[in-house]
Design a protein around this ligand. Structure first.
Ligand code: NAD
Length: 334
C-alpha cells in the first residue's frame, strides 16, 4: 500500500524503513505537518501516517478522503486530535499504537521529577560556569513523600510502580481503578484528596472533554503549598495561565512539562534562531523552577521501533481484513 508519512523526521524514516525491510509498502516521506495546505501531497496514497501535531479535523479528513485515502494510521497512542465522528461518516479507518513503551514515558516523567527536585538543570549550568555553590539547589528525599498519579493506565501504572520503588506513598485517581495497581500498594482516592495530600502530582490521563483543564486554578488551590506538578500526558489537561499564576504566587513549587496546549506551533522543530511568538510559553521558560522538554517522553529506540512495527501491522491488517489491528472508533470518545 502507498502510505504518505507526514511530519517525518530522520528518526521516523529510519525506524519505518527498518520495519518495512521486506518492502511490502511504498512509504512516501513528507517533512511538513499535515494540514489543509499540505494534504494534497497525499494524492495517490491509500493511507496516511500522522503524528501528534498533525491536523486531523473535519476539512482535512474530508480532503484526504476525496483524494482516495481510506486509512489513517497514527504513530502515537493519543487520538484526541482526530475528528472521529467525521472519520466514521466517511468510512475512513483509523488505527493507532496504543502501547509502544509505557516505560519510555514513565521513565521520562521520573527524569523530570528528579531534575526539578534536585535542581539538576541549574546545577549543570552552574558547574560549567565554575560555580560550585549549593545555595538554591536544596531538594527533598522522595523516600517517604506522597506522589499522586492521575490516570493509572499503562503509563500511570508504570510510573506508580517506579515511585513505589523509591519508597514513596502513592495515591491515584482514575474513574476506572485497576486492581493490579491497587495490589502494588497504590491507594485510589478522589481527585481533591489526591491534590491536597501529594508532594508530587503527575498527570497520565488522556485528553478528553472531561480532562481538558482538569488542573485549573481551583485544582491548583487544592494542592499542597510548594508541591510539584508534572505533565507528560497532553498539554490541555492543564490550564497554563492558571499554572503560571500559581508559580508566580509560589503556591506551585515546581513544574515539569513534556507537553503544552499550543505545542503544535513549537515542538519537533529547531526554532533556536527565531523569537518565540507564544508569550504564555515564553513566560513559562523564565521560571527557574520550570523544566520543559519538547514532547520527547516517548523518544527511546525501543519505543520508535515498536511504533514503526505496530504502524505497519495496522496497515497490513487493513489490507488483509479492512480493519487495523488497533482501530480507533467513535465509541472511544465516550
Ligand atoms: P491509557 O489509556 O493506558 O491510560 C489512561 C488512563 O487514564 C486510563 O486508566 C483511564 O481510565 C484514565 N482516565 C480517563 N479519564 C480520566 C480522568 N478524568 N481522570 C483520571 N484518569 C482518567 O493511556 P496511556 O498509554 O497510559 O497514556 C496516558 C497519557 O499519556 C495519554 O494522554 C497519552 O496521550 C499520553 N502520552 C504521552 C506521550 C509523550 O511522549 N509525552 C507518549 C505517549 C502517551
Amino acid at each position: 500500500m502507498r502510505i504518505a508519512v507526514y511530519s517525518t523526521r530522520p528518526y521516523d524514516r529510519h525506524f519505518l524503513e527498518q520495519a518495512n525491510a521486506a518492502a511490502r509498502h511504498e512509504l512516501v516521506f513528507l517533512e511538513p505537518r499535515l494540514d489543509a495546505a499540505t494534504l494534497a501531497a497525499a494524492a495517490g496514497s491509500q493511507a496516511v501516517c500522522a503524528f501528534v501535531n498533525d491536523r486531523l479535523d473535519a476539512p482535512v479528513l474530508r480532503g484526504l478522503h476525496a483524494l482516495g485515502v481510506r486509512l489513517l494510521v497514527l504513530r502515537c497512542a493519543g487520538f484526541n486530535h482526530v475528528d472521529l465522528p467525521v472519520a466514521a461518516e466517511l468510512g475512513l479507518a483509523v488505527g493507532r499504537v496504543p502501547e509502544y513503551s509505557p516505560h519510555a514515558v514513565a521513565e521520562h516523567t521520573v527524569a523530570l521529577v528528579l531534575t526539578l527536585n534536585r535542581r539538576i538543570h541549574r546545577a549543570f549550568a552552574r558547574v560549567r560556569e565554575g560555580n560550585f555553590a549549593l545555595d538554591g539547589l536544596l531538594g527533598f528525599d522522595l523516600h517517604g513523600r506522597t506522589v499522586g498519579v492521575v490516570g493509572t493506565g499503562r503509563i500511570g501504572a508504570c510510573f506508580g510502580r517506579i515511585m513505589i520503588g523509591f519508597g514513596c506513598r502513592v495515591l491515584a485517581f482514575d474513574p476506572q481503578p485497576d486492581p493490579e495497581v491497587q495490589a502494588l500498594g497504590v491507594a485510589y482516592v478522589a481527585l481533591p484528596e489526591l491534590l491536597a495530600a501529594s508532594d508530587v502530582v503527575s498527570l497520565h490521563c488522556p485528553l478528553t472533554p472531561q480532562t481538558r483543564h482538569l488542573i485549573d486554578s481551583a485544582a491548583l488551590a487544592r494542592m499542597k503549598h510548594g508541591a510539584m506538578l508534572v505533565n507528560t500526558s497532553r498539554g490541555a489537561v492543564i490550564d497554563t495561565p492558571a499554572v503560571i499564576a500559581a508559580l508566580k504566587s509560589g503556591r506551585l513549587g515546581s513544574l515539569g512539562l513534556d507537553v503544552y496546549e499550543e505545542e503544535g506551533d513549537l515542538f519537533f522543530r529547531d526554532l533556536s534562531g527565531e523569537a518565540i511568538r507564544d508569550d504564555v510559553f515564553a513566560r513559562l521558560l523564565t521560571f527557574p523552577n520550570v523544566v520543559v522538554t519538547g514532547h520527547q517522553a516517548f523518544f527511546t529506540e525501543d519505543a520508535l521501533r515498536a511504533i514503526a512495527q505496530t504502524t505497519l501491522a495496522n496497515v497490513d491488517a487493513f489490507e488483509a481484513h479492512g480493519r487495523p489491528v488497533h482501530p480507533v472508533s467513535v465509541e472511544r470518545l465516550a
